[in-house]
Write a protein that binds this ligand. Structure first.
Ligand code: GTR
Length: 327
């Protein structure tokens, strides 16, 4: 961890605001779990380039792709503490530390991806962003991550009964464990990097993800049944350590936010292309995919997940209702 570095940046920015001069250079480091060629990786490389351009080199970013700086839950902690300044995060594993951000992990909350973006662009999105910033992780822009569906080594899933008894890998978040348990399966929280081997050796029978991650990880090679449950639509973000961001001058904040926004627009375009390409690739490699004609039984099974979450977090109810009421 590089806390000295973060302290130096924050100290330098504080000093420059005391003397009223221009902000001193900040050299940021960034975490990303995905490999080269993935839309999110291209989005983060674009962010680094735009950041340097728009801040005239006062803020630079060195990206570390492919999860080389550690697992996602670890990287989230690192960004909170300022050991790493930037992360390309999924809101799923951020949820356990920021209750507002956890709403997006309620299954079937968003109607579709465009509903998710309308929510994020409105008042509920601001509440989610503020909740994250208060915990040390400021989201600068939102990435598209499509919808997540179940896949497994055994059979097409058509009804909740098909999940019964299945060991299913989930990301670290109790809401996902609850979701699998309510479907009668056995949840198995596990780091992303371990899932391929776990599927291959039968440690788990299945997992869930969007088309591009199902494809890029090679999970389709070892778990060839992909069933379009689309039970989770989770936004991802370009996130920055809150103190590092707040320490910037107003002018630099605008430049950094604009760079993130433009990078996110690029990511969303690339995402749409990659979703189609990934689906085509896994299907032509022999994966069996099925639509789920009636998703209502899956949705109905989630009632206890919502109830338990709202009981434990009563303050969040208005946010959930505002999202559901967003057209
Ligand atoms: C991917 C996501 C990653 C990670 C991964 C997982 O779709 O982009 O950030 O959350 O899923 O399942 O762990």
């Amino acid at each position: 961890m590089n806390t000295n570095f973060a302290a130096r940046v924050i100290g330098a920015v504080a000093l420059s605001s005391v003397i009223g001069g221009a902000a001193l250079a900040a050299d940021w480091r960034g975490w990303n779990i995905h490999p080269e060629g993935y839309p999110n990786t291209a989005g983060m490389d674009a962010f680094a380039r735009l950041l340097e351009e728009k801040t005239d080199g006062e803020v630079t970013l060195q990206m570390f792709h492919g999860g080389t700086l550690g697992s996602q839950p670890d990287a989230i902690e690192q960004v909170r503490l300022g050991g790493i300044e930037v992360g390309q995060f999924n809101l799923g594993p951020i949820g356990p530390i920021a209750p507002e951000a956890n709403v997006v992990s309620l299954p079937f909350l968003f109607k579709d991806v465009s509903h998710m973006f309308r929510v994020l662009d409105g008042e509920p999105g601001q509440m989610i962003a503020d909740g994250m910033a208060a915990k040390g992780i400021t989201p600068l822009a939102w990435f598209d991550a499509g919808a997540r569906s179940f896949y497994n080594t055994e059979k097409p899933i058509e009804t909740p009964a098909d999940v019964e008894g299945m060991k299913v890998r989930v990301m670290n978040n109790d809401l996902y464990s609850g979701m699998i348990a309510e479907l009668g399966g056995n949840p198995s929280p596990m780091a992303f990097a371990e899932v391929y081997q776990a599927l291959k050796t039968g440690v788990v029978d299945g997992a869930e993800n969007n088309w591009p991650s199902y494809e890029s990880t090679g999970h389709y090679e070892v778990a060839g049944y992909y069933s379009l449950s689309q039970h989770l639509i989770i936004p991802e973000c370009i996130c920055v350590n809150t103190d590092a961001y707040n320490g910037l001058s107003d002018e630099m904040k605008v430049a950094v936010s604009e760079a993130a926004q433009e990078a996110a627009e690029l990511q969303r375009d690339l995402w749409a292309e990659r979703e189609a390409a990934s689906r085509e690739k896994v299907e032509s490699a022999g994966a069996t995919t099925n639509e789920i004609a009636d998703k209502a039984p899956f949705q109905e099974a989630m009632t206890p997940v919502y109830e338990a979450y709202l009981e434990a977090n009563p303050d969040i109810r208005p946010l959930v209702e505002a999202i559901q009421a967003t057209e």
